[in-house]
Design a protein around this ligand. Structure first.
Ligand code: PBG
Length: 334
């Protein structure tokens, strides 16, 4: 076919035309802001590898959430950093533990906020792995599910709206759904980290959450980055087990996976996690004066949306909210 009269540049002639025909846009309601709450500190501590991201004591975490909420960010994913860790990660499911208390306090302070509780054990285990280990250091799947059930129950009881299991255990969604239903929490949803790769991009997060494995790596449970068909299998299983949302993580090196999952499971809300390493790379390059941080942030977040994500978890949430908020009057953010 031949279209001699079509000149694509006509559609790029002015900013208002470009805005009119844009296929993708960002809105404040797309974003989830991660917050780290650390036990036993009085004042917030900046994470060395993540400029402008902090570990907060509960009181300051409430203020941080409120500040973001007032900027238009309504959803938060919470991570706890306990003082004491043990082999069974017991602080993860202790009602008096730092994360349970943080969920309770933040939800009570901001009842309209959507509180998502990351459900994993790596921040709470002395060995830093995402479950129970046997004598040889092998991660035991089914015994770990029992702990995840307790964890989900405690977080729901403390007021979490959504439980987000991130440990990549087989059967975790089914186990958590059972635990929630048995306890009457039918309305608490599950956002499964269905497609979570074993990734070097989590490095800075492990500083923030103090959750680096003491030995070995997570390759026996997190996915191999050479695979994308496997992502379809992981999602299929999680949908069958009762997931309400799917997630792909990390986001930027995995835009093809986001697209593939969205094309296949178009009826499921899909989150993408713009992870710590993706954030820190932009921050570091900006600090060196090598890139325009704001432009880079907008372009990368837009690319995640364009690939098919409905929701983006990002450390840039407050920054992008400020830009989108201001743009309301100016009617543009680009
Ligand atoms: C596990 C968890 C991790 C992240 C979110 N949940 C780390 C891991 O699997 O090691 C990473 C998020 C990020 O890098 O921003 N609880």
């Amino acid at each position: 076919m031949h279209f001699p009269n079509i000149r694509p540049r006509r559609l790029r002639n002015s900013k208002n035309i470009r805005d009119m025909i844009a296929e993708t846009s960002l809105s404040i309601s797309d974003f989830i802001y991660p917050i780290f709450i650390k036990e036993g500190i009085e004042k917030k501590i900046e994470v060395a590898s993540m400029p402008n991201i902090y570990q907060f004591p509960i009181e300051e975490a409430k203020n941080e959430a409120k500040e973001a909420f007032d900027l238009g960010i309504k959803s938060f994913i919470l991570f706890g950093v306990p003082e004491k860790k043990d082999e069974m990660g017991s602080q993860a499911y202790d009602e008096n533990g730092i994360i349970a208390q943080a969920i309770y306090e933040i939800k009570s302070y901001l009842p309209d906020a959507v509180i998502i509780a990351d459900a994993c054990l790596c921040e709470y285990t002395s060995h830093g792995h995402c479950g129970i280990l046997d004598k040889n250091g092998k991660l035991l799947n089914d015994p770990t599910l029992e702990l995840l059930k307790k964890e989900a129950f405690v977080y729901a009881k403390m007021g979490a709206d959504i439980i987000a299991p991130s440990g990549m255990m087989d059967g975790m969604v089914k186990a958590i759904r059972e635990s929630l239903d048995e306890n009457g929490f039918y309305d608490v949803a599950i956002m499964s980290y269905a497609v979570k790769y074993s990734s070097a991009f989590y490095g800075p997060f492990r500083d923030a959450a103090e959750s680096a494995p003491a030995f070995g790596d997570r390759k026996s449970y997190q996915m191999d980055f050479r695979n994308s068909k496997e992502a379809i299998k992981e999602c299929m299983l999680d949908i069958e087990e009762g997931a309400d949302y799917l997630m792909v993580k990390p986001a930027l090196s995995y835009l093809d996976v986001i697209k593939r999952v969205k094309d296949e499971f178009y009826y499921m809300p899909l989150a993408a996690y713009n992870v710590s390493g993706e954030y820190s790379m932009v921050k570091a390059a900006a600090k060196m004066g090598w890139i325009d941080e704001t432009a880079m942030m907008i372009e990368t977040l837009t690319s995640i949306k364009r690939a098919g994500a409905d929701i983006i978890i990002t450390y840039f949430a407050k920054d992008i909210a400020k830009i989108l908020g201001d743009s309301h009057e100016k009617n543009t953010y680009l």
